[in-house]
Ligand binder design. Structure first.
Ligand code: GTP
Length: 253
């Protein structure tokens, strides 16, 4: 829910509740007065009714409306939290595989509906010899490496670009508005930043490297995206083959 909708809901909720409760208070006090009058022989007293209405409405209305609107907002917050949980990788806080796929298609659709932007770049990034880091320093240290790497990606690629963890030590980035030169620059920047990054271990600090495969493409749709994925994977394979700590850029055939 957007902030504007939430604000509208809050205002409407309060206004609606105030009217509803005021009308209820009027009806209740009139019914009460009629019942009391018939049971105990009280006389109907409009002034007293009005006084009761004002007292009941001024106490009950704000309390109940705050409570109910608060309840609605809490449900909304929980809904947002659940959406975030369902879309985020819990360790690295980047998008998980499923959501990455979905949001990438959406971003591409939006981008290629604007005529003046010709290319996008799809990055597949895989940490080098990550198993060795796990084996040498333990799984927790491996987790720290994953988190640091994701932090680097998140800091480099802002919206509308999308960063996701495909699984294990494999990540992906969709650069929605990129020339081939941009792709080269980003890839080099990632390699540089990763090389400089140190991660705490039980026995000091360790460094790590990453290999990157990049596919340059244009157009959108499930098929184009799948193809970009495949080509980026092929480029990654080449980067790993040429010694790791490297990147390779390939065009879509
Ligand atoms: N610490 C940690 N390790 C993970 C996680 N998910 C997967 N792994 C490990 O990541 C390692 C991936 O290793 P491989 O796919 O063999 O690749 P690699 O050792 O990085 O070798 P290259 O990719 O060829 O450079 C495996 O040992 C997995 O157990 C995780 O969430 N945390």
């Amino acid at each position: 829910m957007t902030p504007v909708v939430r604000h509208l809901l809050r205002t409407l909720g309060r206004a609606g509740l105030v009217s509803f409760l005021t009308v209820s208070a009027i009806l209740i006090s009139i019914v009460l007065d009629v019942v009391l009058a018939s049971l105990f022989g009280f006389t109907l007293d409009i002034q007293r009714d009005v006084f009761m209405i004002i007292v009941i409405a001024s106490i009950v209305t704000p309390v109940l409306s705050w409570y109910l609107v608060g309840l609605l907002l809490r449900v909304d917050t929980m809904e947002q939290k659940m959406t975030r949980l369902a879309s985020t990788d819990s360790l690295t806080l980047v998008k998980n595989r499923g959501y990455f796929h979905k949001i990438s298609l959406k971003a591409l659709q939006h981008k290629f509906s604007m005529k003046d932007v010709p290319m996008a770049a799809f990055f597949v990034l895989d940490l080098d010899s990550f198993k060795e880091i796990n084996d040498a320093h333990g799984h927790l240290c491996g987790d720290r490496v994953l988190v640091k790497f994701a932090d680097i990606l998140r800091a480099l690629f802002k919206k509308p670009n999308v960063v996701g963890r495909l699984g294990g030590d494999e990540f992906a980035v969709l650069l929605t508005n990129a020339t081939e030169q941009d792709a080269h620059q980003f890839a080099q920047e990632i390699l540089n930043q990763v090389r400089k990054t140190l991660v705490d271990t039980e026995s000091g600090q360790t460094s790590f490297t990453v290999s990157i495969g990049i596919a340059m493409f244009s157009g959108y749709g499930e098929q184009t995206f799948e193809k970009a994925f495949k080509v980026a994977d092929k480029a990654l394979y080449q980067a790993k083959g040429s010694g790791r700590d490297e990147y390779v850029v390939l065009p879509l055939d």
